[in-house]
Design a protein around this ligand. Structure first.
Ligand code: KG4
Ligand code: ZN
Length: 380
């Protein structure tokens, strides 16, 4: 039995996790299935910095790294206490070493290296994308080759995964990442940050056929979402939606002042507001469906091309229930197995980094403590 402690500080989430690894099922792969060790998550702590960055309208690197410095020691304490593990008894220390914000990556990597040196244990530098990539297998003891869709705020790519560290990039976005498009469109229509959950919430009541939005680069392996975002921007004046922060805070708050304001609104104004809300819902649903159509079509095409039995999806955007549902249905129609990570594992966390570190340890990999972080670290 071994324990791995991992830190994730690549962007605006500080996270620490402790994974217990037992029953090493080593040995040759059986067919195309590779056995790996059984693992159990002992602790997973995440501190999101949304509030710190929201009023800047995006992630500010210096604010992020200062915040990691504040949160990390507290999370380390909470994680070790929840896991009932003392730091000297941890068997390996891991951290995300890229891709991400340089000054943020440095915090987690420095802490993990310091602990590894101090306690004389191995250090593992883990690729953030590899963390996402294997999150659908979290806690399982076997890996299968698959076509993986990684859809997050910083990345959108499809990858042919033969096994651990054996990847071929099939396609990637040539402009915005899918999550970035969700965030930018949410901002355009006056919704909050992060935009993905906000758009999903509004899309539930919307008509996805109301707006005819583009599905770009359908015949390519690559992705493009910036044309879709621009099409949404052009739709706004046509339907009379003006992004307005004051408006969005009003009717959704439950305070008595707001209720009083609503009662005082003229019937005409209320009618206008409700028509506008309906159009925002329709626009959100139409945008979300355009993204889903592209992701589903490319995932299935790649699975056919690379002759895999399994399609996986990971990254923050894969929290989206409608995307998961439609991709599952498309996989069932196409005769593919489908796997997605549990929603809490889709957005940035350290459990997925600990799991990737466990897979790397299992194949005998460990890093030098002199290894530098790499903001542009490639997956393949
Ligand atoms: O994986 P992640 O936490 O961070 C990166 O590695 O980038 O992904 C964050 C992204 C954000 O853009 C957020 O808007 C998006 O994931 N996201 C969603 C949903 N939840 C988070 N997008 C669509 N629907 C969601 N429910
Ligand atoms: Zn991520």
């Amino acid at each position: 039995m071994k324990t791995i402690l991992a830190l994730e500080t690549s962007c605006d989430e500080t996270a620490v996790a402790i994974l217990s690894v037992g029953n090493c099922r080593s040995g040759p792969p059986v067919g195309r299935i590779s056995p790996v060790a059984n693992s159990e998550l002992l602790a997973s702590e995440v501190a999101s910095q949304f509030a710190e960055h929201e009023h800047f309208g995006g992630v500010v690197p210096e604010v992020a790294s200062r915040s990691h410095l504040l949160h990390a020691p507290r999370l380390l304490e909470r994680a070790t206490s929840a896991a009932k593990v003392d730091l000297p008894n941890v068997d390996a220390f891991a951290a995300t070493s890229g891709p991400g914000l340089a000054s943020s990556l440095m915090i987690g990597a420095s802490i993990a290296k310091g602990l590894a040196i101090g306690f004389g244990k191995p250090y593992l530098a883990i690729n953030h994308l590899e963390g996402h990539l294997f999150s659908p297998f979290f806690g399982e003891s076997e890996l299968k080759p698959n076509v993986a869709l990684i859809v997050s705020g910083g990345h959108t790519m499809s990858v042919f995964v033969r096994g651990v560290s054996d990847y071929e990039i099939i396609g990637r976005t040539v402009d915005d990442a899918a999550g970035e498009a969700f965030d930018k469109v949410a901002k355009l229509v006056g919704l909050g940050y992060p935009g993905g959950p906000e758009i999903e919430k509004h899309a539930r009541d919307g008509d996805s056929a109301r707006f005819d939005l583009p599905r770009s680069m359908l015949d390519s392996d690559n992705f493009s979402f910036s044309g879709l975002k621009t099409a949404v921007r052009y739709s706004l004046p046509k339907i009379g939606v003006i992004p307005n922060r004051g408006d969005r805070a009003g009717p959704r708050r439950s305070g008595g002042g707001t209720q009083a304001k609503l009662r005082n609104q003229s019937a005409g104004a209320r009618l206008l507001a409700s028509a506008r809300d309906e159009m925002v819902a329709d626009l959100c649903a139409s945008f979300q469906q355009a993204v889903i159509d592209v992701l589903v079509r490319k995932a299935i095409a790649a699975a056919r091309k690379y002759r895999v039995d399994l399609v996986t999806i990971s990254g923050g955007v894969s929290c989206n229930q409608e995307l998961r549902k439609q991709l599952l249905e498309a996989c069932e129609r196409g005769g593919f197995e489908f796997k997605s990570a549990e929603p809490w594992l889709c957005t940035d966390n350290a459990a997925m980094i600990a799991f990737a570190a466990m897979l790397q340890l299992h194949r005998g990999f460990q890093s030098s403590v002199t290894e530098e972080i790499d903001p542009n670290l490639a997956l393949a």
